[in-house]
Design a binder for this molecule. Structure first.
Ligand SMILES: *Cc1c(COP(=O)(O)O)cnc(C)c1O
Length: 421
């Protein structure tokens, strides 16, 4: 559920009319609903109720400072994947003891940053990383709390670019090697083993792969405890999918996901961490664009928008579907026709939808891309010298720009021309 509905014939974000935001900030832009963020966080809280747990929001899905503050104020932890994300989470007021550090390529500088600033745990993904972390920690006179990310070799049954839990993926340590790596970790003076980490992929629409992975984690917990490790924390990653196509998909609910966690690892007496990103923010955001032209091509028509693949890359990168709706509600009985919905960038990949049934739209009409809150703004670029589009947060009847559109001057002046040129 989200908070983007038609009222009086106009799409609203909570109580604010989307066309009003468009007049205030110009198009294209992202708009987020604070109520939806809060609701999704609460759904996970309810799903894990009764278990000692921490929900570590995966900020790579949407890392705006205002959203991090909103999440942090509700008590969320944060899952970061870079030194920059770590610093931004801290800047939003989230304490180090609620930040977990994931990622396959942490540098020594990033490790030092987190160790000095305070960190809940590193999710270590390889033996070389373990050794490097030990060295950095010893050098600083610290001990790094660590889980090892294991690769359970389960098929997440999601898009190949976001599946991470098969043995051929670059992520984690093969589960068969886990006991060896934990023994190695336990012998290092700068490392303290605190638990196990797993994350099998993103946009999972089926609970079975989670169950398979968590069963393996439970089994491994037993083995590692026999080996003398104090496994007290299980980080189960993120990955729960959202319905991008309202019409035909009902992914599992957080409550059912919580039940799978309870059944598989609930008896182990471990603190449970999860790292949801997409489910918290995905349906809490829309991208709004204006129609520039309706172009009549040979055999097909093109709806050309002022938003492009640089603003929302998911269709080009993951073949992703986004529902695209007119901001002005169409009257019942309006005739629809199939159009290709495209941006102005000079790439065929700059296509948001092919042969999508849309009502008649023309110059200046507004459309909204639903489910654009996750992996939208964060993956945007300024390709074609197109400014990063603004982000707006709506809360009830108020809204604020939480990242302004840069001016062309700002963009141009980021470059430097050497004196000798
Ligand atoms: C991307 C990622 C997440 C978040 O995944 P979602 O599908 O957005 O929930 C969590 N943990 C790790 C390690 C990730 O790489």
């Amino acid at each position: 559920m989200d908070h983007f509905d038609y009222k009086d014939g106009i799409l609203h974000a909570e109580d604010v009319a989307v066309d009003e935001i468009a007049r205030a900030v110009g198009t294209p832009f992202y708009a987020y609903s604070a109520a939806t963020f809060r609701r999704h966080f609460q759904l996970f809280q309810e799903a894990l109720a009764g278990m000692d747990h921490l929900i570590c929001y995966a900020m790579k899905a949407n890392g705006n400072l205002a959203i991090l503050k909103l999440m942090g104020d509700m008590g969320a932890g944060i899952d970061v994947v870079s030194g920059g994300e770590y610093l931004k989470a801290r800047a939003a007021g989230v304490p180090g003891e609620r930040i977990v550090f994931s990622g396959v390529g942490k540098t020594r500088a990033e490790m030092a940053l987190a160790l000095e600033g305070g960190i809940r745990q590193f999710n270590v993904e390889s033996e070389p990383e373990l050794l490097a972390l030990n060295e950095v920690a010893c050098g600083l006179g610290k001990v790094a709390p660590v889980t090892v990310r294991i690769n359970p070799d389960v098929d997440a049954r999601t898009h190949a670019k976001i599946a991470t839990g098969k043995s051929e993926n670059k992520f984690g340590i093969p589960i068969a090697k886990a006991r060896l790596v934990y023994a190695e970790a336990a012998a290092l003076p700068g490392i303290e083993v605190v638990g196990i980490d797993v994350h099998i992929g993103s946009q999972l629409t089926d609970l079975d792969p989670f169950r398979a992975a968590f069963d393996k984690v439970a089994h491994l917990t037993g083995l590692l405890r026999q080996d003398g490790h104090d496994i007290r924390r299980l980080d189960l990653g993120g990955g729960l999918g959202i319905p991008y196509e309202r019409s035909n998909m009902a992914p599992p609910l957080p409550l059912d996901y919580g039940e799978v966690i309870r059944q598989t690892v609930g008896h182990l007496g471990c603190e449970i961490e999860i790292e949801p990103g997409r489910l918290i923010v995905g349906n809490a955001g829309i991208m709004v664009a204006s129609v520039i032209y309706l172009k009549h091509g040979e055999g097909r028509n093109f709806l050309i928008l002022d938003a492009a693949m640089n603003d929302l890359i998911r269709p080009a990168m993951y073949d992703a579907h986004h529902d695209i709706v007119p901001v002005r509600q169409v009257a019942p009985g309006t005739e629809m026709s199939a159009v290709d919905i495209v941006g102005p960038v000079c790439e065929t990949g700059d296509t948001f939808a092919r042969q999508r049934n849309m009502p008649p739209l023309g110059d200046g009409d507004l459309v909204a891309f639903r489910s654009a809150g996750a992996y939208g703004a964060v993956m945007a670029s300024e390709y074609n010298m197109r400014p990063l589009i603004p982000e707006v947060l709506v809360d009830g009847d108020q809204f604020a720009v939480i990242r302004p559109r840069p001016s062309f001057d700002e963009m141009i002046n980021r470059d430097r021309v050497p004196e000798w040129l």
